[in-house]
Ligand binder design. Structure first.
Ligand code: 16G
Length: 240
């Protein structure tokens, strides 16, 4: 299993082997990994070499450590294509996962300068502020804050928000969602995010801002979301 004559470094061979065991299901999410000592004895190599392999896998998100308990297999990240303008509900359903939301707050507030400029509405015009946790198969994935003009989208209710905003806009209000501009940056989870996403303090998160437009160019929503960096991976196709 480990070829000491191979030009490939031993730590790399161990990494590849553990990755294969994760991929073929031999190791399941949250399984405990054998100890460094066990690996060292089994392969007759130094613990330092084993540690190097495990450190790399922890850094790459395949494994995670828990103080005093050991090293465990991480849950596989959800891979999200950045090429299409989809909703959370659509993304989860396409993966065969069950989408749900936990509403934290739902209010109509007067637009401040920033929101008014993002939504192209006048200062203090009424906007919905919707904070919800988005879950996949009951696991919290993201905390999302949506701002939408209450004059544009009338009749929003808690029931609608608990289902799908995009579905309501398209199928009931009959507005055509066209395109969005989005930014993605790394950040550290706030206390609110730590609590609601059930992640350790100071965890990294992927902070996304999306501004979505209707077919006539009217801004539909301005959204700020914090996605779990341990569960999400964004992919994009590029060409030239
Ligand atoms: C996604 C969008 C968000 C949109 C929501 C609608 C990102 C970063 N955000 O979460 O802008 O409001 O979908 O979801 O992708 P819904 O139709 O399931 O309510």
């Amino acid at each position: 299993m480990i070829d000491k004559n191979s030009p490939l470094p031993i730590y790399f061979q161990i990494e590849e082997q553990i990755k294969r065991q994760i991929e073929n299901g031999e190791f399941q999410a949250h399984d405990a990994l054998p100890s460094e000592r066990e690996y060292a004895e089994k392969f007759e190599i130094s613990r330092m070499t084993v540690r190097q392999a495990i450190n790399n896998l922890v850094n790459d998100g395949y494994l995670y450590r828990q103080k005093g308990r050991g090293t465990f297999v991480a849950a596989k990240k959800l891979e999200q294509q950045l090429n299409g303008l989809t909703s959370f509900t659509e993304d989860m359903k396409a993966r065969g996962l069950n989408p749900s939301s936990k509403l934290l707050s739902f209010e109509i507030i007067p637009a401040d300068k920033k929101i008014a400029s993002e939504l192209h509405i006048s200062l203090y015009a009424p906007v919905y502020e919707i904070k919800r946790i988005r879950l996949a198969d009951d696991v919290p994935m993201a905390l999302e804050t949506v701002y939408m003009s209450a004059n544009l989208i009338k009749g929003l209710t808690e029931e609608i928000i608990n289902l799908s905003l995009y579905q309501y806009v398209e199928n009931y209000v009959k507005l055509k969602i066209d395109y969005a501009s989005q930014t993605l940056e790394s950040s550290i989870a706030s206390e609110l995010e730590v609590t609601h996403l059930a992640i350790p303090k100071h965890s990294p998160i992927l902070f996304i801002q999306r501004k979505t437009f209707l077919i006539d160019g009217t801004p539909l929503e301005y959204v700020k979301s914090a996605y779990r960096a341990d569960r999400y991976k964004f992919t994009i196709n590029i060409s030239r």
